[in-house]
Design a protein around this ligand. Sequence first.
Ligand SMILES: NC(=O)c1ccc[n+]([C@@H]2O[C@H](COP(=O)([O-])OP(=O)(O)OC[C@H]3O[C@@H](n4cnc5c(N)ncnc54)[C@H](OP(=O)(O)O)[C@@H]3O)[C@@H](O)[C@H]2O)c1
Length: 260
Amino acid sequence: MERVLVVGAGNIGGAMARGLATAGVEVLLYNRSAGRLAAFEGVDGIAMRTTALPEALSARPSLILVCVEGCAVDAMLAAVAPAADTAVIGSCAAASTLDNMAAALGERGRTARLLRVLPNIADTCGAGVNLIASRGLADGDLVHIEHLLTPTGVCVPIDESLFGAAMSLSSCGLAYVFRYVRACTEAAVQLGIDPATAVRLTAATLGGAAAMLADGAHPEVLVDRVTTPGGLTIKGLNAMEKAGFSAAVMAGIIASTPAR
Ligand SMILES: NC(=O)c1ccc[n+]([C@@H]2O[C@H](COP(=O)([O-])OP(=O)(O)OC[C@H]3O[C@@H](n4cnc5c(N)ncnc54)[C@H](OP(=O)(O)O)[C@@H]3O)[C@@H](O)[C@H]2O)c1
């Protein structure tokens, strides 16, 4: 059976641990302090919860995912480096690059099989996006790891130079979508709909839009299908554009992409 060590039981580490456990993977969960581990008591598939990293490493995981706060990533990578001969070493930290990871592993960084994963918090409900880049992994290993991570969300292999832009869409993008939902709700409340119903309607509409886009349709083709000439939707779209809707979204995505 596959055995994965998740280092850090916070939002992202916890989501990864739960998603992997759901997929039938044997999960070892390490956290620096005991507090966060309590929430994983009795979770099926979580075979070990420990504050002792050597204990987790001695179980010989085949994949290690470091999911700790950015400032602690290098130290945790250095701590798991002895396992690099037998395990793929992964980091979910936004700030990690494959080069940084290799450097943090020291001598072993030159030959280690490295995986960079950038999840978003929708991984907590199995509907996340995992951006993936790797070094030293055989194609078959990468396909296998994507398969392992799929219960947490879709895996999108991407050139590392585009990680920042992709992260702006998928990680920051969740906040932008939530802000859209809030704006819809505020308008709906003014029109007499209660907030809970407005959020439900908007979320269901987003779900429908996502499902329609999943087939690869161009968004503007789908807009045309909703927009009757002379109808209400075109009035709404034109009012939104006049208020700067598309320009605001593009400015936000570009502003939240880190400079290369
Ligand atoms: N949240 C997101 O949407 C998101 C998206 C993509 C990537 N990430 C990345 O995921 C990583 C974790 O983020 P998060 O949102 O899961 O944070 P979080 O919920 O605050 O959890 C932080 C984790 O880091 C551990 N930690 C902090 N300082 C440490 C240290 N000095 N030594 C060892 N462990 C330490 C914490 O352990 P304790 O419980 O002992 O404090 C905890 O397990 C970050 O690197 C972030 O860039 C987050």
